[in-house]
Design a protein around this ligand. Sequence first.
Ligand code: SF4
Length: 295
Amino acid sequence: MTSPPKTAAKTTSEKPTARKPPSGKRAQRASAAGAAKSPQKPGQGSPKPARASARKAAPKTSVAQAPQAVDAPPVQQASVLACYEALVRAHPDAHCELDHKNPFQLIVATALSAQSTDVQVNKVTPGLFKAYPTPQALGSASQEQVEALINRLGMFRQKAKNLIGMAQALVRDHGGQVPPDLAALVKLPGVGRKTANVVLGVAFAAPVGVVVDTHVQRITQRLHWTRHQDPIKIEQDLMRLLPQSEWDRVSHTLIFHGRRVCFARRPACSTCPVNERCASAFVAETVGRKPARVR
Ligand code: SF4
């Protein structure tokens, strides 16, 4: 898990060379350049209309359908691989942080993680798994019983309904087993492409895509590995840039980097191990971030 990608291009020493932040006129030029390079569109300062129009404009893509090729990422593959190797070395312990012991527990935990942190999910799953250790048990539970166990999470009513429906579908259609198949997984209630990719990559070591969450979305934009904001298109870029053997690890690595270094607000560019390779270093504050909510 900790070795660098086999098919990635070999690089010389990737020691984290701390780059100093620009100052004075250089900072102004860097800021202007960053704004010019940023994939954000004008008008993102007024978030709701911009997001609404982006959603309307985006073509609909089936969650199980491999996204079609889009315009190429703005960086060369060799450069991405070298940068990725450095990130792997910086986060050799990157892994799925949802506690689980089998594919059933993982699919439940991942479905619960929508709009919730892994830490929050890990607090409710021990009680849930103890009460309902199998798809048969969970499929027989009442809505109220499951809600009572997960009500610390957002959208707990919908999540409880989906979990029961998913467990019933596993029993009815898959003999009580989690199927190692993307098309079958995304038919389960509450399971989308992201959850299916987590299950296939982590539980079965057979990724057929890349998990794109908010960290992966933000960091790939900052590194210029993609020029897109749509997770499906970002996933397509990553699948073209990295070998399939890395499709699972790349998301964990970027998620760890996002939690430890490349924060949404105030990324720690001065200590980042890839600041020499990052197109957004020291000017990343506004790149790849969700627009602030208007209340
Ligand atoms: S924006 Fe800063 S912290 Fe994030 S990857 Fe680039 S240099 Fe590193």
